[in-house]
Design a protein around this ligand. Structure first.
Ligand SMILES: [Zn+2]
Length: 362
């Protein structure tokens, strides 16, 4: 079998934003996250050479198809040499080499990433079934490319080392194509494209490729619509207090920390932050900054429950809304999110994603 062409999107493109959200919540099939962002923006996908084409080994155990699609895209570099062999044969050899490393040296079941882009601009499938899942646009394959994000993020490896040079333009162009297609298929927005270092304590994807991410978001937004700007995260540390700290505590509790949401960043909160950072391979400093918030702030939509919803509800109440902080994301919370989004100049989709969280916590 040769290259696997990606069919045009089907059902996702037929669902308009609000309907897609409602259906996902009622059926419980998918945390819709950001569905509907690119409604109607069906794009033809780039050619992705599947595992059979490049001669992948079989996974050591079956890959897991998750119930939901991704909430974001994470960009990596392979930290391999900046090869001047731009052939497809080289791209295929690279994919085999990465798979061997991931299976033999790291003990993973298959390649960790979903997709790889060579310096010659050839796109290959990484983990088996990633391309078929993307083509269907509903689910994704569990991966191993970013600790803390492997069930919620598509991982793209870019061949090369981009600490002091930029990727080749042919490679970057394919990265734009692939990201735009992923966004279109899964209803993601351009601002939901991040770098590995936004989550884990790593240099990846290199200073230069990381510095290109705002441009990448803008180039993807030009294809699929919407704003590429998402905001940023505050810094919270020992001695701070207020609703932002209460939110942090609820979010930590939602991830298993034994902590009281009292709105005061004391030693217990600091140690919970450190534990969370350790578990998620973020830089461990006890200060909640970029990586910590990125790891904590999963999208919340109608139908979700728990302490993370309490964080959201608490923020809405602190802004004067009348809500019960009960940890249950029902119609009232959804209306509250929409009202907040409107006041913040954001699209009122009722989903608390990273951009909405960043405005709430600012
Ligand atoms: Zn990486």
């Amino acid at each position: 079998m040769s290259d696997l062409p990606i069919p045009r999107p089907r059902r996702r493109a037929l669902l308009s934003g609000a309907f897609a959200l409602g259906a996902g919540a009622v059926l419980g099939t998918a945390l819709p996250g950001t569905a509907g962002a690119a409604a109607g923006a069906a794009l033809a996908g780039p050619v992705i050479s599947g595992c059979v084409a490049w001669g992948a080994r079989e996974p050591s155990s079956p890959v897991k198809l998750l119930a939901t699609g991704p909430q974001k895209i994470i960009v990596h570099h392979t930290a391999t040499p900046n090869s001047t062999d731009y052939s497809q044969a080289h791209a295929f050899g690279l994919s085999r080499s990465i798979q061997n490393d991931h299976m033999d040296a790291r003990g993973w079941i298959d390649s960790g990433q979903h997709f790889t882009i060579s310096r010659g601009g050839w796109i290959t499938e990484g983990r088996h079934s990633s391309a078929a899942a993307l083509a269907a646009g509903v689910q994704q394959v569990e991966s191993a490319h970013c600790t803390g994000q492997n069930t919620v993020a598509v991982g793209i490896e870019n061949e090369g080392t981009y600490t002091s040079v930029d990727p080749r333009s042919a490679q970057y162009a394919k990265l734009v194509d692939l990201c735009a297609y992923i966004c279109s298929q899964y209803g993601l927005r351009a601002y939901q494209i991040f770098g590995h270092r936004d989550f884990n304590n790593t240099e990846c994807p290199g200073d230069r490729l990381y510095a290109l991410l705002p441009q990448l978001r803008a180039d993807v937004a030009a294809r699929i619509g919407g704003s590429p700007e998402w905001g940023g995260w505050p810094v919270a540390r020992l001695g701070d207090s207020g609703e932002r700290i209460r939110s942090l505590q609820y979010l930590l509790a939602s991830r298993g920390a034994s902590i009281v949401a009292d709105g005061s960043f004391g030693p217990a909160t600091e140690s919970a932050v450190r534990a969370f950072q350790t578990t998620n391979r973020a830089g461990v400093d006890g200060v909640a900054g970029n990586q910590t918030w990125h790891q904590l702030a999963h999208p919340l939509a109608r139908g979700t429950q728990g302490d993370a919803v309490k964080a959201l509800q608490g923020q809405l109440v602190a802004r004067g809304q009348t809500l019960v902080v009960d940890g249950s994301f029902g119609p009232g919370t959804e209306a509250g999110v929409r009202a907040f989004q409107t006041s913040a100049g954001l699209p009122a989709d009722g989903v608390a994603d990273a951009r909405t969280w960043s405005r709430l916590l600012a």
